[in-house]
Write a new protein. Structure first.
Length: 99
């Protein structure tokens, strides 16, 4: 005589697996959220640093253009006792001169 037992459904283990899956997905979600927040914070810090560098670059360009201003160059010429040459002689390379 054969005794057939119906399949025993163990709902407790299924709920345990589902609960563990939900718990793990929540932990991963929190972990990736924290990574995202840290990345956004680092990006904002880098943007502020970039803006500061752009402002410093503008200040340096302003100083550079003030130094190269024609009024300032005339003052430098006078300080160095330089003389303006009416007919300057330039070095020429034969290849470029023949073009």
């Amino acid at each position: 005589m054969t005794i057939i037992e119906p399949a025993k459904n163990n709902y407790i283990s299924e709920f345990l697996y589902i609960g563990l899956l939900i718990l793990m997905s929540a932990a991963f979600s929190i972990y990736f959220y924290n990574l995202n927040v840290n990345l956004k914070y680092q990006i904002s810090l880098q943007e502020k640093s970039l803006q500061q560098l752009e402002a410093d670059n503008a200040d340096l360009k302003n100083q550079f253009y003030q130094i190269l201003d024609s009024k300032n160059l005339a003052v430098i010429v006078k300080k160095q006792n330089l003389i303006s040459d009416k007919n300057p002689d330039y070095f020429e390379h034969k290849i470029f001169a023949s073009m």
